[in-house]
Design a protein around this ligand. Structure first.
Ligand SMILES: Cc1cc2nc3c(=O)[nH]c(=O)nc-3n(C[C@H](O)[C@H](O)[C@H](O)COP(=O)(O)OP(=O)(O)OC[C@H]3O[C@@H](n4cnc5c(N)ncnc54)[C@H](O)[C@@H]3O)c2cc1C
Length: 409
């Protein structure tokens, strides 16, 4: 359609043609670029080259964060690959970050999750911090000197963080923080924390009175106690944080006061794509192992892959993974295009998380008794898969978000 001189809309003089569309650049391209495939390959080769089974099982058994490996990953630019170069990143997008996370988790679920969460929540500093805050923290995170954490959940406020018990009260040029945060990834090992606090206790609704404070490890009044044992992701620390009169200068307020809730929601739009990529990698890694095992294993004089039931299981697993991949990459791509789509992101996280759990479960089944034994990776992948349906918003919370986008609240 076009407008004539009088402003009336008139039909185009020529009918729409495919040639026009191509010339105008209207196209759908599902191919990764060569650079993106190189990033994927480099991430996979890094884990293969640096991790052997013995190391992985020791880290897992001892619940140890693989610190040396993380430092090397930072040195090679994998951690914070999506941060701008001026802060030590590679200037890549969320899609490239998702490719790294997927590749890491495909090689090993526990190592992948631990490495991908080492910079957790530094994105809030990147998106909302002052220049001084960005310059202070981000180069340390990308440079392998600082591990970060985001402290949003509280014992009584998990899925619902619209009101909080943790407070930050202004006293002159300082904020004084009191409260408890729980289930905080990297809680025992992080060098700094982004902490969501209630700064205005009279705000209605309460979430309009929340702010993020940046708090460094070692400050007086801050204690972390590791929550252990847990089902999976044993290389990743999960801790409860207690704040007793923790006093930070006002310069530690992240961005604008009383905008914290909105900042966290926007951050989740980004971080949920990363969790979806973890789930995708875990699903793919489980599938790879199931495929290799069923090709080798013989029962009743036949390879397992000769039984139709095995073939159908593998076909179902591969199909689910491919569907999850399309959602995850599309959500990441949209973010990078500046068209962040919360509905699509929630779909990607919800779907990929379910696929990871189902595929890892089936991978154990296809291994029979061996699948239940720790030496076989699928046991670990199965335990690690589940968290992707819980943190960064449970499966039900994603479904609520999708339904709200479709139907309104
Ligand atoms: C290993 C691990 C790491 C974590 N890392 C972090 C971190 O780094 N930072 C951080 O802040 N938090 C972190 N979390 C916390 C995590 O995000 C929360 O556990 C999660 O959001 C759920 O909150 P909750 O545990 O309080 O469960 P609840 O909110 O009490 O939910 C219990 C059940 O009720 C359902 N439910 C709740 N509300 C609704 C609703 N409106 N509609 C339908 N169903 C509903 C939930 O889906 C769930 O099934 C982590 C958790 C774990 C286990």
């Amino acid at each position: 359609m076009r407008e004539d001189e009088s402003g009336r809309v008139r039909a185009r003089s020529r009918p729409w043609s495919l040639t026009d569309a191509v010339l105008r650049g209207y196209r759908v391209d599902f191919e990764l670029t060569k650079d993106q495939r190189d990033i994927q390959r480099a991430a996979s080769e890094f884990i293969d080259g640096e991790c052997d089974k013995e190391k992985i099982l020791a880290w897992e058994r001892d619940h140890t964060f693989p610190r040396e490996l993380w430092e090397k990953a930072c040195g090679l630019g994998f951690v914070g690959i999506h941060f701008p170069e001026e802060y030590g990143g590679q200037g890549c997008g969320i899609l490239e970050n998702a490719l790294v996370v997927e590749s890491f988790c495909r090689r090993d679920s526990s190592v992948g999750v631990a490495l991908s969460l080492a910079d957790f929540s530094s994105e809030v500093v990147l998106r909302f911090g002052t220049e001084a805050q960005k310059l202070k923290y981000l180069p340390l995170v990308t440079g392998g000197k600082y591990i970060s954490a985001g402290a949003y959940t509280e014992p009584d406020h998990g899925s619902d963080i619209t009101s909080l018990s943790t407070t930050a009260v202004r006293e002159g040029e300082f904020f004084v923080i009191n409260g408890t945060k729980t289930f905080i990834t990297n809680g025992s090992i992080a060098d700094y924390f982004a902490v969501l606090c209630q700064t205005d206790r009279t705000a209605v609704p309460a979430y309009r009175g929340q702010s993020i404070m940046l708090v460094e490890r070692g400050i007086e009044g801050l204690d972390a106690s590791e929550i252990t044992p847990k089902m999976g992701i044993h290389m990743s620390s999960t801790a409860e944080l207690s704040f007793k009169d923790v006093t930070v200068p006002v310069s530690h307020l992240l961005g604008r006061e009383n905008r914290g809730f909105y900042q966290v929601l926007e951050f989740f739009g980004e971080s949920r794509i990363e969790v979806a990529a973890q789930a995708l990698g875990i699903a793919q890694g489980s599938f790879d192992r199931a495929l290799a095992y069923t090709k080798k294993r013989t029962q009743f004089g036949r390879k397992l892959t000769e039984f139709q039931v095995t073939r159908h299981k593998l076909a179902d697993m591969a199909t689910k993974i491919e569907a999850a991949r399309l959602l995850v990459y599309q959500a990441a791509w949209k973010w990078d295009q500046g068209k962040a789509d919360q509905k699509l992101t929630s779909m990607a996280k919800m779907f990929a998380g379910r696929v990871a759990v189902e595929v890892a479960d089936e991978a154990i089944q296809l291994h029979g008794g061996y699948g239940y034994i720790t030496e076989y990776d699928v046991e670990r992948f199965y335990r690690d898969a589940k968290i992707t349906e819980i943190y960064e918003g449970t499966r039900e919370i994603q479904k609520n978000a999708i339904a709200s986008a479709l139907l309104g609240r």
